[in-house]
Write a protein that binds this ligand. Structure first.
Ligand SMILES: Nc1ncnc2c1ncn2[C@@H]1O[C@H](COP(=O)(O)OP(=O)(O)OP(=O)(O)O)[C@@H](O)[C@H]1O
Length: 278
């Protein structure tokens, strides 16, 4: 396929000191007594550019979440290094925000208070925080639910509140672990378009974990496809679609061809992973 280019390094890839992320030969093993270690990641190297939207795809258990949590500083780097312009990642930091699969809202705070919490914590003033909270609650279609507590919302609404909380802070590096997994198909599509539009208005490094090939192709500039046991990056592909993406994108020949091609590559990894377990 001529539009495709195997892309071992991004154009404008992050050099340490520029913004973006450099992942340098990172290996991660989970160890428990009396069991062989699980090598979740094996010598992963990847440069993600300062304004790049990067998607991670791969079969279940290939280490996507592990890599994202390492980038977030939630689990310590065992071998290799992860560098951002702030230096080596050793702990969570204000320049990196993460949206987890299962929302992580404060149950004792309302939607508005949850969104305000992130803003106030990152030093945004009261008035600006109130305005941003209003805007981002509207963006995720939760206007009217500002004073609701998480327990009063559906799973999808809670997830949208969590997304609003993270996006409102406008972090330099946005890490997302299947953030739209709990949403119905319609809402998911709207949120994908909104996220892409937000990223275009305020370009930042995004690392987006998903199982959904079309979601990855619609959102990302580059896609890494991982293999499992051990987790390695098998392919890095450019997504040569126009920057502006919407309904038309989904119907374009380029989108359909690229999605099919990537689907085949992911399937190969999934088949290999299943064989490995038999
Ligand atoms: N706390 C843990 N202890 C032991 N093994 C773990 C732990 N967390 C993850 N693993 C193992 O590490 C590997 C990578 O897991 P990880 O959750 O990162 O994969 P994933 O690609 O995000 O999977 P999924 O797509 O199903 O969410 C898997 O084999 C998993 O079983």
């Amino acid at each position: 396929m001529s539009a495709l280019r195997q892309a071992p390094a991004a154009d404008g890839a992050a050099a340490p000191g520029a913004s973006g992320i450099r992942i340098d030969t990172v290996t991660h093993a989970y160890r428990s007594p009396g069991r062989p270690p699980v090598i979740a990641l094996d010598r992963i190297s990847l440069d993600i550019g300062p304004t790049e939207f990067h998607a991670l795809l791969g079969p279940s258990g290939c280490g996507k979440s592990t890599l994202l949590y390492l980038l977030g500083g939630f689990i310590p780097v065992q071998e290799g290094a992860i560098t951002t312009p702030k230096g080596r990642v050793t702990a969570p930091g204000p320049e990196r925000s993460i949206v987890f699969q299962n929302f992580a809202l404060f149950p004792w705070k309302t939607v508005r208070e949850n969104v305000l919490y992130g803003l106030r914590k990152s030093g945004v003033g009261r008035e600006e925080s109130e305005a941003r909270a209003r805007d981002f609650i509207a963006l995720v279609h939760l206007t009217g639910f500002e004073d609701a507590y998480p327990s009063q919302l559906s799973g999808g609404m809670q997830q949208r509140a969590a997304i609003a909380r993270t996006l409102a802070v406008d972090p330099k590096i946005l890490l997302m672990d299947e953030p739209f997994g709990a949403l119905d198909a319609q809402t998911r599509r709207v949120m994908q378009e909104e996220l892409r539009a937000i990223w275009q208005r305020s370009p930042k490094t995004v690392v987006f974990v998903t199982h959904d090939v079309q979601e990855a192709v619609f959102l990302a500039d580059r896609i890494s496809i991982m293999s499992s046991r051990p987790g390695r990056i098998q392919h890095i592909l450019d997504v040569p679609l126009p920057k502006e993406r919407g309904e038309d994108t989904l119907e374009s020949r380029e989108f359909i061809q690229l999605s099919e091609h990537i689907w085949r590559l992911v399937r190969e990894q999934a088949v290999a992973a299943t064989r490995g377990r038999l």
